[in-house]
Design a protein around this ligand. Sequence first.
Ligand code: ATP
Ligand code: MG
Length: 225
Amino acid sequence: MLQIQDLSVAYGHRPIIRNLSAGPLLPGRVVSLLGPNGSGKSTLLKAMAGLLKVARGQVLLDGQDLTKLSFERRAQRVVYLPQSLPAAVHLRVFESVMVAARASDLDPHAQDASPQRILEVLGRLGIEHLAMHYLDQLSGGQKQLVGLAQALIRTPRLLLLDEPLSALDLNYQCHVMDLLAQETREHGLTTLIVLHDLNIALQRSDEALLIREGALVGHGRPDQV
Ligand code: ATP
Ligand code: MG
């Protein structure tokens, strides 16, 4: 269960997220995060992922404040996929997913994912045939799918995805949302996903949060926020 309490985040002296409270968000549900450009969606996700300092407030995941956890312990519970596409390094798709599976290399008990598991995740995303391709030779949409494979190879408690569909065609957008719903239910994840396409949010998320100028202005069924 996820609960955001009175969260404030600033860039320097400029407040972006202002006393934002949201939740509880229950496991097994896909929650879309909606709001206009510049409203603070990415800032909120980055703060929850521990990449930005929180001025005040808490992000409680199963009662534990994520903002107080060490980077390592947070990385075991939270997977964050940024809005920008993964850097196009000269690394094979298969290897890049294998590296991502090692829980950021921080958990001494983390194991490499088996080749079968990696191929299964790639297969679910329909990109098994790209396993031996190099990242810097992929299209924008293909790179985005690899980013999703890297996120899904681990089974976190909290999955934070910042516009993971932006480079995908409509068929793929629907397919990825269905896959996320399935993974979310199967593993009892809490999935928070920034979406720009309102139709996709309406049709394929269980609930929605709407933010405007860094404040929560709606939370409920996607057709009612
Ligand atoms: P979009 O839909 O365009 O991705 P967003 O809702 O994700 O927008 P954010 O990226 O969170 O918006 O930005 C919120 C505000 O914070 C914007 O006004 C932006 O100018 C500002 N901002 C974002 N990143 C930084 C930064 N690194 N330094 C200073 N200000 C920033
Ligand atoms: Mg953004």
